[in-house]
Design a protein around this ligand. Structure first.
Ligand SMILES: C[N+](C)(C)CCCC[C@H](N)C(=O)O
Ligand SMILES: O=C(O)CCC(=O)C(=O)O
Length: 477
C-alpha cells in the first residue's frame, strides 16, 4: 500500500479512467500513490457500461499534484486509471487547451468542423468546476459557465503526450535569439492611400501588370477598379498574373452562403481576421475577391489587417512572445467536406521565419482551422496562449483594421501570407467570385516583369538576401 501523502488534497481534479489499452505516450511511471484518500471530497464510479471505470478524486494543491505526478504542475487536468496508480496509464490535459477544444456544437461548427469558440474570449485562468463521466463521454463544467462534452475516444486521442523531438524552450530560444526581425523595409514605398489600379491598365499592358503586382507586394493588397461585373472578366483578371490555384473548393470560385462547401466562408456568418489555407503545406499567396451582387440585405464588409506589421510590433514589445509564435508548431485542418481532411505535411508555426532572409515571411493565423496540439508541456501551452492572446490584441487594434465595403466592379486582391482578411456577417443574397494564386507563380511573374528575363537568368540562385532581399532577384518572396 502506498504511503499516504503528507499534504491534504484540494484544488486539482483527477478523473480516473481505465483505458481499454495503454496508449503510446500516455504510459508514464508514477510513484506509488494512495488508492483512496479519506480527504477526497467526492468520488464516484462510472457505470461499467462505459467500458471504463472512473473515480473522481479531488486534488488539493499543486504540491500534492506534483507529489502524485512530479512531472506535472498547475493547470493540468489529470485522468487516471482506477486501481493502483502506477499500474494504469493516465491522461493529462492543459485546462485552457481542453476548454479551447471543447467539442460541443457551440464550440465546433457541426457542418464544417471548424472551431467557432473565440479562443481569446476564454479567461486565461479557466478552471474545472465539475466533471460528470458518462458511458460514451465526459461532461466538464468550467469556471466561465460553459459546459463541455468530450467523447472518451477524443480524450484518449488528444491526451498530452511527452513532447517528442521537441527541444526544450531554452534550447529553442537560444537557437533563435539571433533571429531578430531586421526592420529592413523589404517593400517599395507604400501607397499613402489604399493602393489601386485600373482593370483596363492591367488587361492592356504588361507594365500595368507590373504596377499592380508591385503594389500588392509593397502594400499587401490592392483594389482593381472598373472590373466588368461578371465572373468571366474576373477570371481573366486573375489569369493576367498566372493560372488559378485549384483546391478542394475548385479553381475559380463563384459562391454564395449556401454551404456548397463545408466551410464558414459559405455562410453569412461573421469571419474574424484570418489567413486562408493554413492546412496546406504551401498556402496560396494571393487571393482575389470580386463582389458580383448583394441584394435584399446588408453587411458583408471586408476586413484586412497587416499581420506582418503586427508581428513586428509583437517582437518589439516582447521578443519572447514573438519567438514563441515563431517556434511553437501547430497542426491545421480542413475537414468539413465528407471526402476531405487536409493537413500540412509538417506542423507549422503562426510566424514562419525565412531560412535565408531570417525574418518572418509567412503568417498562418486561423483559429477556426487550428487543430488541437497534444505534445507540449503545460508551461509551453501557457506561454503560447499568452503570446497568441497578445498577438490577437495587436491584430484587433482599431488602427490596424481596414474595413471596406466591396462594390460590384471593384475587386480586391491581397497577400495571404501577410494579410488577414475577414468579413462582417450579412443578410440577403450575396454573390462573390474570385480565386487563389500560388506564391511561386506570383513571384515568377513579378520577378520577370521587374528585372527582365536576361537579368533573372544571370542571377539564378544568387544569395544577396542578407543585404537586402529586393536586391536578391532570384529569391524575392
Ligand atoms: C474558396 N473560398 C475562398 C470561397 C472559401 C475558402 C475557405 C477558406 C478557409 N476557411 C481557409 O481559411 O482556408
Ligand atoms: O465572404 C467574404 O467576404 C470572405 C470569405 C472568406 O474570408 C474566405 O473565403 O476565406
Amino acid at each position: 500500500m502506498a504511503t499516504r501523502p503528507a499534504m491534504p488534497w484540494r484544488n486539482y481534479l483527477t478523473t480516473l479512467t481505465r483505458l481499454r489499452a495503454p496508449q503510446r505516450g500516455s504510459l508514464t511511471a508514477i510513484p506509488r500513490m494512495v488508492e483512496q484518500d479519506p480527504r477526497v471530497k467526492h468520488e464516484f464510479l462510472i457505470p461499467e457500461a462505459a467500458k471504463k471505470s472512473v473515480i473522481l478524486k479531488q486534488f488539493d494543491s499543486n504540491h500534492d499534484l506534483k507529489k502524485a505526478f512530479p512531472m506535472y504542475s498547475k493547470g493540468y487536468l489529470v485522468l487516471k486509471g482506477e486501481g493502483a496508480w502506477d499500474e494504469k496509464p493516465f491522461l493529462v490535459f492543459g485546462k485552457f487547451l481542453l476548454r479551447e477544444n471543447c467539442q460541443c456544437p457551440k464550440c465546433v461548427h457541426p457542418d464544417t468542423r471548424q472551431r467557432t469558440v473565440d479562443t481569446f474570449s476564454i479567461p486565461e485562468d479557466i478552471d474545472v468546476t465539475d466533471i460528470e463521466s458518462r458511458p460514451t463521454d465526459v461532461k466538464i463544467g468550467w469556471s466561465d459557465g460553459h459546459e463541455s462534452l468530450y467523447s472518451w475516444d477524443w480524450l484518449v486521442a488528444h491526451q498530452n503526450t511527452k513532447p517528442w523531438n521537441d527541444k526544450p524552450w531554452n534550447a529553442r530560444r537560444k537557437e533563435h535569439l539571433q533571429l531578430r526581425t531586421k526592420h529592413v523595409d523589404m517593400h517599395d514605398a507604400r501607397d499613402t492611400k489604399y493602393p489601386e489600379v485600373s482593370y483596363e491598365q492591367v488587361m492592356s499592358e504588361e507594365k500595368g501588370v507590373l504596377r499592380w503586382l508591385r503594389k500588392i507586394y509593397s502594400n499587401g493588397f490592392c483594389f482593381i477598379k472598373g472590373v466588368p461585373v461578371n465572373p468571366e472578366a474576373t477570371k481573366e483578371l486573375i489569369e493576367r498574373i498566372a493560372f488559378i490555384r485549384n483546391t478542394h473548393y475548385g479553381g475559380f470560385w463563384d459562391f454564395t452562403a449556401d454551404l456548397t462547401f463545408k466551410d464558414t466562408a459559405y455562410t453569412n456568418e461573421f469571419l474574424g481576421g484570418h489567413t486562408d489555407n493554413t492546412y496546406f503545406t504551401d498556402p496560396a499567396r494571393l487571393q482575389l475577391f470580386h463582389l458580383l451582387s448583394h441584394t435584399d440585405g446588408s453587411g458583408g464588409e471586408s476586413l484586412l489587417v497587416d499581420a506582418l506589421a503586427a508581428a513586428r510590433k509583437l517582437e518589439e514589445e516582447s521578443f519572447e512572445d514573438y519567438l514563441c509564435l515563431a517556434t511553437e508548431r501547430h497542426s491545421w485542418h480542413a475537414s468539413g467536406n465528407e471526402d476531405v481532411c487536409i493537413q500540412p505535411s509538417f506542423r507549422a508555426p503562426v510566424l514562419s521565419i525565412h531560412p535565408d532572409f531570417e525574418r518572418v515571411y509567412q503568417v498562418r493565423w486561423n483559429n477556426y482551422d487550428r487543430a488541437p496540439k497534444n505534445d507540449w508541456k503545460i508551461k509551453d501551452q501557457t506561454r503560447w496562449y499568452k503570446a497568441a492572446r497578445r498577438f490577437n490584441e495587436i491584430l484587433n487594434e482599431e488602427s490596424r483594421q481596414i474595413w471596406t465595403q466591396l462594390e460590384p466592379g471593384t475587386a480586391l486582391i491581397f497577400d495571404n501570407w501577410r494579410m488577414l482578411h475577414g468579413r462582417s456577417e450579412f443578410t440577403g443574397k450575396r454573390r462573390m467570385c474570385g480565386g487563389y494564386v500560388n506564391n511561386d507563380d506570383f513571384i515568377s511573374r513579378l520577378r520577370l516583369l521587374k528585372y527582365g528575363r536576361e537579368r533573372v537568368l544571370n542571377n539564378l540562385g544568387t544569395t544577396m538576401a542578407k543585404r537586402h532581399p529586393n536586391s536578391n532577384i532570384s529569391a524575392i518572396y
